[in-house]
Every structure is written in structure tokens, then in C-alpha cells.
Design a protein around this ligand. Structure first.
Ligand SMILES: [Zn+2]
Length: 389
């Protein structure tokens, strides 16, 4: 099969084209049945170099994916097309242009990462959802911010992006970035003094079209760094989404939009203080409550509406010291299900815990002097039952 004429290589801005169907064969695309269609020429950029394929249609039939092998481009369609026929093709240009923005942004960033810090781009992924770039060394947060600013300066300078196939002798003397050995003619994409790189994908004509490059996040990756970026409209949409979120938080906290983090910190401190106060007041309450109860030899049962597990335990401990009988401290709504602690001083509470399980369906266990768990019971019945044990 002859090599496919790459129309996207000649003009990245074309949205429609005509091509002749050279072959159409039934095949599988993953697990899905599809027709593999080869045209004499195409505008569809195939999945290549980490970039996902263009989407669009051939004669109105959606193109599911596009692959390239030995410079022959295969389109995968859901239904067949007649061989020999001239077809009308169209690509989703909004998506394509977005990819041109992200992709050219990557060139600028990678060119600068090399010239400023000697880092090589060793991985690139570009889909309609995200763009990641991997480098073979680490960068500090400040270095990432520096490169981001420099990349945007290159965007604002509105530099020309040139793609050409230099003659072999010119190529030999050229210093350019390349991820792998390239077979056949080498396409060199250069952005004035910022980057020179071997690349076959579509790019914008002038860097100003990228609009903005923003690094969203970065992390250590395989001994180097991985960065997540957004360019152009994706950066605008990302800004909108985050601003909306920020404005909502700002309204909820009655704080200025650029002071929300400080307001959240203050809220956190306030909550922590309240929590500490609550612990102290519970402790005072537990002491008072234990004081009120007369000790002796009988069993003691106590229903509490709201107590933290720690305070519940403290109360059970305090009561255990006041009686030679059993102590049952319940917390919550007994009829709907509540936490219980069963305890006694120097006595095995486990047989009684078993009875509690049988009589009230309690779930829980523990040690010799203390068991705990959950139970549901009628308050009066439970009280009567427990006092008579
Ligand atoms: Zn490129």
C-alpha cells in the first residue's frame, strides 16, 4: 500500500477534504467490530507520539479511531464504505485546534526546559481531556513557575511556528530535539529562538494563538517530573471552573475570593478550639454526674443522650469505683440503637454481656472487666432487667 498523503501536514487549519477509498476491510477495534478504511489522502491526524487521533466523519460516518503504520493511515469506521469511491471527510476542528494549542505549548515548555535546565522531554500524552509532559530530571516549584512564565512570554511574543523538511545536509548540521530515531524524511518544527524539534503533528502558526499556558500540577515521576498543563480555551474553562468554586467558598465563608484559604484556616482553628472546649466541658460534666450518683452494692444504669466515647468510658470507670455491682452506661437513643459500656470492678462482666446479647440483641464484646458495643432496647425494660441481675 502506498503511503497516505498527510493533508494535515500541509495545512493544519483545513477542516474538510476529499479522498479516494483504496481499501475497506472488516476488522476489530479493541473488542468492537469496525471497518478499516484506507484513503489516498487524509486530514485525520492518527494516534501518534502520545497524541490521540482526530475525530470526525467520512461521508457522514463517524471515525472511531485513526492509526498509522509504515506511513499508511487507517481510519476505523462503524460501517463500510465502497472501495474506489471519492469520499467527503471532515474533522472536529474545535478539538483539533485545542490539541494544536496544547501541543505547541508543549514544544515551547520543552524547548525552555532544555535550554534553561538541560532537561529532556521523555514522555507526552495529549487527549481531548488532558495533557501531561514528562522530563528526565526534577524541577523545583520555583523552576516550574519560572518556565511557565517564560513559556507565556514566548506566547505573548507571537512567534512564528515553522514546519519543514530540511535537506539531509542541512539536517545534519541542525541541533534539534528528538525523542527517537526517525525513519524517512524528518519534519522539523521550529519556534524562532525557543525550540527546534522533530515532530509530525499539527501546530498553530503563531504562538499567540495558544493564548495561555498554565501548569496545573506537577509530581515526581520515574526519577524525573510529570507536569499537567492546559493551554488556550482549556485554560479558560479551567479558570472558570476554579473561580466558580472559589466564589462559592467565598460566599459561604463571607471572605474575599482571594482570602478564602486564610478564612478556611481560621475556621479550622475555631473548630479545633471548640472541640477542646467540648472535651473540657464533657469532662466536668462526667465528674459532676459521677458525684451525683450514690454508690453501694447494687447495679448502676445510666442513660446519656450525648457523650463522646472517651467521656462515656470515663463515666463508666468513675461509677465502677462506686459500686461492687455492675455498671451499664448507655449513650444515644436506646429505642433507635445506642452505644453501651458494661463494666465492674474485679468481676467478670462477660457472662452478663452474653445475657445482654441474648435478651436485647446487643452486639459487642470486650475484656474481663469491661465490654462495649451497640444495642437497641426499651429503656424501662432494660432498666428493670439490669437492676434485677
Ligand atoms: Zn509537535
Amino acid at each position: 500500500m502506498d503511503e497516505t498523503v498527510k493533508l494535515y501536514d500541509l495545512d493544519a487549519y483545513q477542516e474538510q477534504f476529499q479522498g479516494r477509498v483504496l481499501s475497506c476491510e472488516e476488522t476489530l477495534l479493541g473488542k468492537q467490530k469496525a471497518c478499516a478504511v484506507i484513503l489516498d489522502r487524509t486530514l485525520f491526524f492518527p494516534e501518534e507520539g502520545g497524541q490521540s487521533a482526530d475525530s470526525g466523519a467520512l461521508d457522514g460516518i463517524p471515525v472511531l479511531d485513526v492509526h498509522i503504520k509504515n506511513n499508511v493511515i487507517t481510519h476505523y469506521l462503524a460501517s463500510p464504505i465502497e472501495v474506489g469511491k471519492s469520499v467527503e471527510g471532515s474533522i472536529d476542528f474545535e478539538e483539533r485546534f485545542s490539541k494544536m494549542q496544547q501541543h505547541t505549548g508543549e514544544h515551547i515548555f520543552s524547548g525552555l526546559a532544555l535550554s534553561h535546565f538541560g532537561l529532556h522531554n521523555v514522555g507526552f500524552r495529549l487527549s481531548s481531556q488532558e495533557t501531561t509532559m514528562d522530563y528526565d530530571g526534577e524541577l523545583t516549584r520555583e523552576q516550574v513557575r519560572f518556565l511557565e512564565l517564560e513559556a507565556n512570554r514566548a506566547i505573548w511574543r507571537n512567534l512564528t511556528v515553522k514546519a519543514e523538511y530540511p535537506a539531509p545536509e542541512v539536517l545534519e548540521s541542525l541541533d534539534y530535539r528528538s525523542k527517537r530515531e526517525i525513519q524517512g524524511a524528518v519534519r522539523i518544527v521550529s519556534i524562532e529562538d525557543v525550540d527546534v524539534c522533530a515532530c509530525c503533528a499539527p501546530h498553530v502558526r503563531n504562538t499567540g494563538e495558544i493564548g495561555l499556558l498554565k501548569v496545573l500540577s506537577h509530581e515526581r515521576y520515574k526519577g524525573g517530573i510529570r507536569l499537567h498543563i492546559v493551554c488556550g480555551k482549556r485554560a479558560l474553562l479551567d479558570y472558570e471552573k476554579k473561580l466558580e468554586n472559589c466564589l462559592q467558598i467565598s460566599a459561604l465563608l463571607s471572605a474575599k475570593p482571594d482570602e478564602t484559604a486564610e478564612a478556611v484556616k481560621k475556621q479550622g482553628l475555631l473548630l479545633e478550639k471548640e472541640k477542646q472546649e467540648r472535651v473540657l466541658s464533657e469532662r466536668r460534666y462526667v465528674g459532676m454526674r459521677a458525684e451525683q450518683i450514690k454508690g453501694g452494692e447494687g447495679n448502676l444504669i445510666l442513660f446519656e443522650e450525648e457523650l463522646s466515647p472517651v467521656s462515656q468510658r470515663e463515666l463508666a470507670n468513675a461509677l465502677t469505683k462506686k459500686t461492687s455491682g455492675f455498671v451499664l452506661v448507655l449513650c444515644g437513643n436506646a429505642a433507635k440503637g445506642c452505644r453501651y459500656i458494661l463494666s465492674a470492678a474485679n468481676r467478670d462482666v462477660r457472662p452478663l454481656n452474653k445475657e445482654l446479647q441474648q435478651a436485647f440483641g446487643a452486639r459487642g464484646g470486650g475484656s474481663f472487666e469491661m465490654t462495649q458495643g451497640m444495642l437497641t432496647a426499651d429503656k424501662a425494660k432494660l432498666e428493670e432487667w439490669f437492676i434485677s441481675r
